[in-house]
Design a protein around this ligand. Structure first.
Ligand code: ZN
Length: 371
């Protein structure tokens, strides 16, 4: 099982400057690779893969010696980010990849950490003093407020506001003993009801939220009727922004409460890795809120489960709605069909309830193979 463990680090002013510069170069590389990829695709429908990107980088390094200043690991990892951004777009999980601004590019990934097989240091490792170490940075103070357990797979250095963090992705062999597999639940996140649990419990979208979202649509419609560039347009745009903010905040509150209660009640929570179904279904502004909401909900669940000593398992969403949770028969159904009816074994269930049962089963299977 892979887990993220986050620790605050305290770079000196000098070290901050260096890391900021690395971030800056990585962002520039990200944007230039993105533009290259877009251009290639538009011109010849040609694929521009990580191998091509690497070739280009080798050429660039000769023309722009500053690129040699930064460890090659995070630099190369940029290619993975661009590739992933496009993959997500093609899978309809994300919008078309855009250029990143300074404030949107906050992290460097070091896909390897510590010592290699021959005992040589990777770009990032621990020093003998137990500090974070890189040849160009020297030692960076880190607050290990809790033990770092497991094999370190990668390290992310992240800027958040004025603070800096080291996020270790560690692999743990066994499921922690605190986890009770009998107290497990699967969750299907939907549109009509916010969440349906494998035990049949349903969490509705709060009414005030639905009301606010309706109003948001109204103020938006009003905006589309105003003349662009006019004073009235600006005023209405401001109204839309404020409303959007309000709805987003309320949704966040709702998700905080829901995820907290779930993490408290269950030892194991299984969710889908990505909920593509929802993303295709709803539209525009309300879509962007609920999409962001889903990602946010999963993140909240992840850290709250960890805090409570439980586990969040993410499962692949393939066939979770189609398959019969009782007998495994594949029962094809369109989006509009809300009930799962299995001809083979006679099971009749709410569509989302059936899905959440499948999610639970997949999650438990995943956990037991890790055990
Ligand atoms: Zn069945």
């Amino acid at each position: 099982m892979l887990l993220n463990q986050k620790y605050e680090i305290f770079p000196t002013e000098e070290q901050k400057e260096i890391v900021e510069r690395w971030l800056h170069y990585c962002r520039q590389l990200y944007n230039s690779v993105l533009l290259d990829k877009q251009r290639k695709y538009k011109q010849k429908k040609e694929n521009y893969n990580r191998y091509d990107m690497q070739k280009q980088l080798t050429i660039d390094k000769q023309g722009y010696p500053f690129l040699k200043e930064i460890p090659s690991q995070p630099l190369q990892e940029v290619f993975l980010r661009v590739t992933k951004a496009f993959d997500n777009y093609f899978r309809k999980d994300a919008s078309y990849p855009k250029l990143k601004k300074h404030k949107e590019y906050n992290s460097l990934t070091f896909p390897q950490f510590g010592l290699n097989n021959k005992g040589y240091r990777y770009a990032m490792s621990f020093s003998a003093n137990g500090k974070l170490y890189n040849t160009k940075l020297g030692e960076v103070d880190i607050l290990l407020h809790r033990p770092l357990k497991g094999r370190i797979k990668q390290l992310i250095i992240k800027r958040q506001g004025h603070r800096w963090y080291a996020i270790f992705c560690v692999e743990r062999q066994a499921v922690p003993s605190s986890i009770d597999l009998n107290n497990a639940v699967g969750i299907d996140v939907g549109l009509n009801q916010y969440a349906v649990l494998s035990n049949g419990a349903v969490f509705e979208n709060p009414r005030f939220l639905r009301k606010q979202e309706k109003q948001l649509k109204k103020v938006q419609r009003a905006l589309s009727k105003k003349k662009k560039g006019s004073a009235n347009y600006a005023k209405q745009a401001q109204r839309v922004r404020q409303h959007y903010e309000k709805v987003a905040n309320q949704r966040r509150d709702f998700l905080h409460k829901l995820s907290f209660n779930l993490s408290k009640d269950y030892s194991v929570i299984a969710v889908e890795n990505l909920n593509i179904r929802n993303m295709v279904k709803n539209r525009k502004l309300s879509k962007s809120i609920s999409d962001a909401g889903w990602g946010m909900f999963r993140k909240m669940l992840a850290y709250k489960c960890e805090k409570q000593g439980g586990a969040l398992v993410k499962v692949e969403p393939t066939y979770t709605t189609q398959d019969c949770s009782a007998c495994g028969e594949r029962v094809k159904k369109s989006l509009s069909i809300r009930t799962h009816i299995c001809i083979k074994c006679g099971t009749v269930l709410d569509r989302d309830h059936n899905a959440s049962l499948n999610i639970l089963e997949k999650g438990l299977k995943q956990l037991s193979t890790n055990k």
